[in-house]
Design a protein around this ligand. Sequence first.
Ligand SMILES: Nc1ncnc2c1ncn2[C@@H]1O[C@H](COP(=O)(O)OP(=O)(O)OP(=O)(O)O)[C@@H](O)[C@H]1O
Length: 328
Amino acid sequence: MIFEESTDNLLQVNSLKTYYKTKTGFVKAVDDVSLFVDRAKVLGVAGESGCGKSTLVTTIFRVTPRNAQVMSGEVKYKGQDILNMDLKVFRRDIVWKEIAYIPQASMDVLDPVYKIKDQMLETILEHEDLSKADALERIYKALENVGVPAEKADMFPHELSGGQRQRVVIAMALLLSPSMIVSDEATTALDVITQAKILELMKSLQENRKFSMMFVTHDLSLLANISDSIAIMYAGKLVEFGDVEKVFGNPLHPYTQLLLKAIPDLRYRKQRRLVAIPGFPPDLENPPKGCRFAPRCPLAMPICREVEPEFSRVEGFHYVACHAVNKK
Ligand SMILES: Nc1ncnc2c1ncn2[C@@H]1O[C@H](COP(=O)(O)OP(=O)(O)OP(=O)(O)O)[C@@H](O)[C@H]1O
């Protein structure tokens, strides 16, 4: 299904299929995914390792590995098809200026041989006609806004702590005041306390500056306090999508239910007994027929092993792809 376009949507993904070509066939890493991110709202995207989250992000930023192919579908930003836009124009007008990226490893963005200040200067001066003095002033302010003293601008990335580096990456992402931030496991490599602080920082920046955010993580527990809506991916498919209160308060897909049971403490769940999800995600080169979750699903019925469930609306902003739910 494709969601109806609305003026509230900033980013819209329509039936996107991104596959990886291998010697033996295609890995169906993102397979018919449709979702949207509203203006000034946060979409949390979660799912186990290997479910296609990073492929979704790299497709949006047009930085997929060479063997990746967008088989079909579109990604629209402010109504414009950004996958088919001239690549030079996309890099000049969209990346950083409109949509910025916060990756898991800050060193993926920070070049170890340049001082923080020089990297930030380059980002600004490549996109804006500003004097060096004005740009530097903006850099110092941007660093202070994320809790990094301005003097650190003269340091090299390795001279900062992991938490400080991640703050610098956030400052860099916000340098050109983009309308949207995509964060891919941005806090995963950090210790729990630093992770909580960075998360709090991202949330307060988002609330103050009103940018949209797509926050991608394998850790569902991070999403409760930060997200307005939640998208759950499993084996390249979107299995549940909706308002955070609905998805966490009334999870409908058995996979979402199990993911929620697998996390220790979440304000929406009373149950504390941890339950690991038995089995493994399928091989995406030869995914199972029918529902991809069926082999691990406690509620699987014969139809689940034969027919792929449709992604359909339950009520309000709450969608699910599950025969057990759709049958009711
Ligand atoms: N270059 C590639 N060639 C072939 N298969 C790939 C390639 N990159 C990723 N894959 C496969 O695509 C699927 C989705 O991977 P992806 O990295 O998007 O998942 P993910 O949810 O982001 O996982 P993680 O959190 O571990 O990064 C996996 O089965 C993965 O093995």
